[in-house]
Design a protein around this ligand. Structure first.
Ligand code: 8GT
Length: 135
């Protein structure tokens, strides 16, 4: 199965990051994820990310760092996630597609039912944070 390319944003605020819950009508219903979406033909991953976050959350973000790509095969679909660490630069969060969102500490993430493809993303983000702090 050919993976589809999907961007996702780890939006940082102080020591917390934003996760959002997929709705019952979306694929992977009620799973928590990093907001984002499918890359359109001719679109760069970072442009896709900024567009998707504006569409889904109504806020502008700026990219701070790109994390390693993660490919995951679900039973029905395969995805390659392009994760970006971001900060919010303007706007107030308004959920257009998700049913819920919350700011969480890295340590609390394991208590949320995350999409399976996001588990390695969380691990690489934890490594990124450790390296940031070591500098
Ligand atoms: N946005 C996002 N999608 C993820 C993550 N993890 C993960 O497995 N996915 C999967 O990647 C695919 C992205 O789909 P999406 O529904 O978010 O993309 P989109 O907004 O462009 O969808 P659309 O076709 O409804 O416009 C879904 O199959 C979703 O389940 C994640 O952290 N963020």
């Amino acid at each position: 199965m050919q993976p589809i390319d999907v961007t996702c944003a780890i939006i940082e605020r102080d020591d917390q990051i934003l996760i959002a819950q997929r709705s019952e009508s979306m694929s992977l219903p009620l799973k928590w994820e990093f907001p984002g979406g499918k890359i359109r033909a001719g679109e760069s991953p970072s442009d896709c990310l900024v567009r998707e976050i504006d569409e889904e959350l109504g806020v502008k973000v700026t990219v701070v760092a790109a994390l390693p790509l993660v490919t995951h095969h679900y039973p029905e679909i395969a995805v390659t996630l392009h994760p970006f660490v971001c900060t919010q630069i303007s706007g107030d969060l308004v959920l257009a597609e998700h049913v819920d969102c919350c700011w969480v500490n890295l340590e609390s993430l394991s208590s949320y039912d995350l999409a399976a493809a996001d588990i390695p993303v969380v691990q690489s983000y934890a490594r990124y944070r450790r390296n940031e702090r070591a500098e």
